[in-house]
Design a protein around this ligand. Sequence first.
Ligand code: MAN
Length: 310
Amino acid sequence: MIVRVAERPTQDEATISFPIFTEEGAIQLIRISKSDPDLDATDARVINYKGADYLTTLSHLRLVCSDDGIHFYEPEGYPPLTGIGRLETFGIEDCRVTQIGDTYYLTFTSVSDNGVGVGLRTTKDWKHFEIHGMILPPHNKDCALFEEQINGRHYMLHRPSSVDIGGNYIWLCSSPDGIHWGNHQCLVKTTKGSWDSARVGGGAAPIKTDKGWLAIYHGANEKHQYCLGAFLLDLQDPSKVLAKTIDPIMMPLATYEQAGFFGNVVFTNGHIVQPDGDTVTVYYGASDEVVCAANFSINQILSQLSYTHV
Ligand code: MAN
């Protein structure tokens, strides 16, 4: 499993401090007095200082291993993945991993003062990585590649954000070669007055079932409560949304899901389908603080989908 590790120095009463990378890869510490009138620190995750946005933590990615999917350890000799260059000075986050053949495709959020976009690195051995740069420019995140081609084309989910008309919606695009992406289509939008009224974004690669591609996604409301839902895409033409959950399949209920660095959040980037073909272990971040796992039945999720509310 690849986890996002978000770091900052131990905080004191009077100041906010956080690291960023310079373009050359050195760590620079920024310290701002909490009483500074130019500081807006209403969100635990992101602040505005003198008109510029910063993240309050610097994230990198780490490989952890497990024999049973529950007890994880950090293997030796595998380098952590950190932000590189001018498009990743505020770090890299929220990686989805897709295996195609013997290659792992890592799509993740690249953050800098230039904006938030989607980066791609590939590896065969988790020790050597090919850096493909930013494949979707700002503002975009929550990108997951499908694990197989459909009629000769690669597909991926992504989540651009439109500032004026539109919103934070889940999109699909396709590619003949896995490098050049186009034919963007909007799949799933936010629903007014619902648990996913403010933003939606895809989780890990959709799961192939005999009913269609099952995607597990996150949605948040105006109060920043993040829950999980699901939708189903046509097997032959994944731009067709066949069905969608109305109510969430998971919401923050446990204490560690309701309180933490940024409380009331369950948010997933990864899962594994167990050998029985029905159980899916969903790995998720709770309150932007801990990583958890929960088992779902694929058939149970499918039975909760509405074919009329799409
Ligand atoms: C949002 C949250 C943060 C994340 C930034 C940049 O504010 O998802 O956790 O660091 O976006 O991606």
